[in-house]
Write a protein that binds this ligand. Structure first.
Ligand code: FAD
Length: 436
């Protein structure tokens, strides 16, 4: 039983559900995890849903807490920057950090999920139940509702059942699911002569205005590409010849590296991209307390590579709040929501903003000059000037503190520039004229 004697259920054995199960099991709290799918370690991945993730500082810090950091890094490939493929023009590499040393890590979501499932299964007190679709929670009676097996008692329900969460729907919250007009489709660049066909040390981006393709490397020396495009446009390529011609025209440096392009394009599904904003994340009834976490609470678009990183932070926060409240679930879950909501709101906006940056700005010479200037400042003012990308991807500073920190830095910088101008005897007007 839980710290205060409740029977604890986790819905969803995805990334967040598994990590939370491990954390609670280690705290001596028995949990049952209900997962809709069959065991993916036996059933394998669905076609076109392989998704490799960029895991960065936040995700790694969370994995470290359950001893999975090093193992995960062994299954990952570091990417030290973006390789931008403009049209026309030569590809150019843009390092993620000022010193060029820091990297985000490309890891297969399925592999990471398998490691977490193995760890959860090996944790005393954790029970995994597959092929169990949860349809809702009865907070009066204290029960979790299963599609095929009726109701089962549960006093605490922690819902990590993803962006389209059935538990969230059953809670009838104040909810807004904001779908992008863009969808995505996975494609593959296989190894060429046994080697990577593109530079494996980079996240590749083909910015094309309304469309964008990215590619992340895999351990088997292939790349998983993800094409983002307005959903209505995918259908225009309705024959293999049209697919090939489109890629040869718009993605000429990679089209020839995709021998299965036409099949992948035809057979792989189009995924949706949604930002979920809802409140509250908790519901307490006489029989059960419910809380949402991960994508179920705050699905975000993938353009900052933070959805899973952020979901892992939720798990760490729930565990921390339980410790701080002496295992009082009601207080712990309320505290968890208070601490996380502002952070997840901020990363949701930054992720949307980054879409424009990736599909448009990265190829502009002005953007590249600004990036170079920002990195020069970071080197010069080490620790005092840190870019937004670094703060998001290479630190664990709460997301909600990042915008204010960036504003403070920019103010200080503007002050310093004006100060030096005064020393040099330049009038403010003259300086502003020069800045224009
Ligand atoms: P999920 O991983 O979706 O897990 C939910 C689990 O619940 C699943 O196992 C599902 O089968 C189960 N489930 C669903 N409904 C039920 C039910 N009714 N009953 C029982 N079980 C149920 N994040 C990053 O950090 N970096 C990236 O680079 C990145 N890239 C991405 C690229 C794309 C194209 C997409 C779509 C997402 C990307 N993300 C990335 C986001 C990341 O995949 C998610 O944020 C992360 O998987 C969320 O974890 P979760 O456990 O909350 O949900």
């Amino acid at each position: 039983m839980a710290a205060d004697g409740e029977r604890v259920a986790i819905v969803g054995a995805g990334l967040a559900g598994c990590l939370l199960a491990v954390l609670l099991g280690r705290r001596g709290i028995p949990v049952t995890v209900y997962e809709r799918r069959p065991d993916p370690r036996i059933a394998g991945a669905e076609r076109g849903r392989s998704i490799n993730l960029a895991i960065s500082a936040r995700g790694l810090a969370a994995l470290e807490q359950v001893g999975l950091r090093d193992q995960s890094l062994k299954q990952a490939l570091p990417m030290h920057g973006r390789m931008v493929h403009p049209l026309p023009g030569a590809q150019n590499f843009q390092p993620y950090s000022a010193d060029g040393e820091r990297a985000i890590n490309s890891i297969s979501r399925a592999e990471l999920n398998r490691s977490l499932l193995d760890t959860a299964e090996a944790t005393p007190g954790v029970t995994l139940r597959f092929s169990q679709r949860v349809t809702g929670v009865d907070t009066e009676a204290g029960a979790i509702l299963l599609e095929d097996a009726g109701a089962e008692p549960a006093g605490v329900v922690l819902a990590g059942d993803g962006a389209y969460s059935a538990v969230r729907r059953s809670m009838e919250l104040d909810e807004d699911a904001d779908f992008l007009e863009h969808g995505y489709k996975e494609l593959t660049v296989p190894p060429r002569d046994g080697e990577f066909a593109l530079d494996p040390d980079a996240l590749h981006i083909w910015p094309r205005g309304t469309a964008m393709m990215i590619a992340l490397p895999n351990l088997d020396r292939s790349f998983t590409c993800t094409l983002f495009w307005p959903k209505g446009d995918f259908g225009a390529l309705d024959t293999p010849a049209k697919v090939t011609a489109h890629f040869e025209r718009h993605y000429p440096d990679v089209a020839g590296l995709m021998p299965d392009l036409a099949d992948d394009y035809e057979l792989n599904p189009i995924g949706s991209l949604v930002t979920v904003r809802c409140r509250p994340w908790t519901r307490y009834g006489p029989g059960a307390k419910v809380a949402l976490l991960g994508d179920a609470a705050h699905a975000i678009v993938p353009f900052f590579g933070q959805g899973a990183n952020c979901a892992f932070e939720d798990c760490i926060e729930i565990d921390r709040c339980l410790a701080e409240t002496g295992g009082d679930w009601g207080r712990a879950l309320t505290l968890y929501q208070e601490r996380r909501k502002a952070n997840t709101d901020v990363i949701a906006e930054m992720a949307l903003d980054n879409f424009v940056e990736m599909r448009d700005r990265v190829s502009s010479p002005v953007y590249r000059a600004k990036q170079a200037a920002a990195h020069a400042l970071e080197r010069r003012l080490a620790g005092r000037y840190v870019s937004r990308y670094e703060l998001v991807s290479f630190s664990t500073m709460p997301y909600a503190e990042i915008p204010a920190r960036i504003r403070r830095q920019n103010r200080a910088l503007a002050g310093a520039v004006l100060g030096s101008a005064a020393v040099l005897g330049l009038g403010v007007r003259a300086l502003l004229r020069r800045r224009r």
